[in-house]
Design a binder for this molecule. Sequence first.
Ligand code: HEC
Ligand code: HEC
Length: 515
Amino acid sequence: MRSGTLLKTIATFLLVGAAGLVAQENENGRVLYDRWCAECHGAEGLGDGSAAASMLPRPRTFSQARYQVRTTGSGQLPTDDDLMHVLNVGLPGTTMPGWPNLSDQQKRDVIEYIKSFSRFFAAGPAPEPLDFGSDPGGGPEALAAGAQAYLTLECEACHGAAGRGNGTSAPTLEDWRGFPIRAADLTEAWALNGGSSVNDIHTRVLTGLDGTPMPAAIDAMNSGVVSPDEVWQLAHYVASMGPRERPRLREVVRVERASEGLPQDGSDEAWGDIEAFFFPLAGQVIEVPRNFAPTVDGIWVEGVHDGSEMAFRVQWNDPSRSPDSEWDEWQAKILATMDLDGFEAPALDSTGAVTVRWPDAIRLQFPFEVPDGAERPYFLGGTTRQPVYLWTWSSNDGVGEGRGRGYGSVEPLPGELQGTAEWQDGRWTLYLRRPIAAGADGLTFSEGVPIPVAFSAWDGSSGETDKRAGVSSWYYVLLEQEPSNAVVVTPLIAILLTGAFGLVLVRRAQGRARA
Ligand code: HEC
Ligand code: HEC
């Protein structure tokens, strides 16, 4: 009897202890969740946290348990490893961050907690990953087969021929909550939610992205429309559509000195030899009305000059060629969905139909005078006291120059800037040309002197106008000098030289000490 009591005591202790431990774990998960996740995902996991209305895509609704980055079949729950992966690296291209600062145990706790929002996890057996087979490899033939599978499986309908998210169905897409959703720009693989490797892309294509219109290719594969190898080749093809890694950000656009003539337009082959510089854009969220989910998330800039004139090519991806009535439904949905933060959208009539269509636009902004030190005008379009010198382009009005005293206040200037723009397959190419010396108003560029520059972009079909822009911070444009020129030491070069000379001096001193 006595040993029975002891056993009972031990059993009770274990049970209570274990229960206490479980409660403790959930408590840890809850505390972590409330602290780090609830602001976006909502206290009850409904995807409705206080910051959610400014986001596109919206934070996940955990009570519904529809997950995108899975190794499991379409419509199935993710594995714990899948969720751990998302917590480790986040979802690139969205506001969902990675959580490298949480310990593995903390991540496991918070995963248990988000699973508890849905009864599905407790109901069934643990989800199992699919068998993904093995990659037959890439190469030109694989890419050709992949391109064919892209057509066979009608990826183009949403993602467009070049993969920039401009397919004919793109303006109508919405997620399971009815929010507008962009068909991913496959040429920016670094911003794909589930990663940019061939493996990652293969997994996403095969399993689909639950809760979005992106279908799972596994059904087409199982019914023989495409073979398992062709799905791998499709993944190789998608991965080849653009750079895998986010282009390295450099501070300075180097404007090369042309050995012979300037390129004549945006499609001139001479651009092929000129280095392109990538600058990321972020939503303008400092002044109201803010724009939390800008369409244009980066631009490429190339420049060349011949000592008297300079030419630039500016390129950026925008799936709509605004103004375009095909995108009315999209525009109406964006304006109805997003937190417009004081922006009076005159674009919808009482029936919710679009009445205003804005153009696409871009601005390059410079100071009127080359600053001595690091001082530059206010980066959001200048101010009354310190205006900015602008190169403007819009799909309605073409190219112009202007004096900017804040976003809404642009006074046109008579200038010699010329340019043309062309939209093709979800990408704008803008060609700009101007004498290096300015006319009456404007900025005279000088060779070898870094000139501050900043960029803004607008996608009219997403209701972007005025302050609802995508913006960059200040960078530099540097016109290369003729090699024979005397060395003019500019501030930027001085900084670089100081570093380099410093190193030389240290090396010399070390050498001497050794000797
Ligand atoms: C700044 C906002 C933000 C915060 C903070 C945030 N998330 Fe998210 N999260 C998102 C958004 C937005 C998505 C959906 C992105 C999409 O649909 O592509 C998301 C999606 C997810 C997903 C779904 C992944 C999938 O495969 O579908 C999980 C899991 C997740 N978040 C967990 C968390 C956890 C856990 C925390 C806290 C440690 C957290 N999130 C904090 C914004 C946030
Ligand atoms: C009905 C429209 C539609 C079709 C057809 C479609 N997709 Fe998508 N796809 C989408 C949407 C929408 C997203 C973005 C989902 C998001 O933002 O979370 C997407 C996302 C993706 C992604 C990014 C996954 C990630 O990690 O974020 C890849 C890769 C992709 N699609 C490839 C394909 C391929 C290949 C095909 C053809 C087999 C295809 N898609 C067919 C709508 C579609």
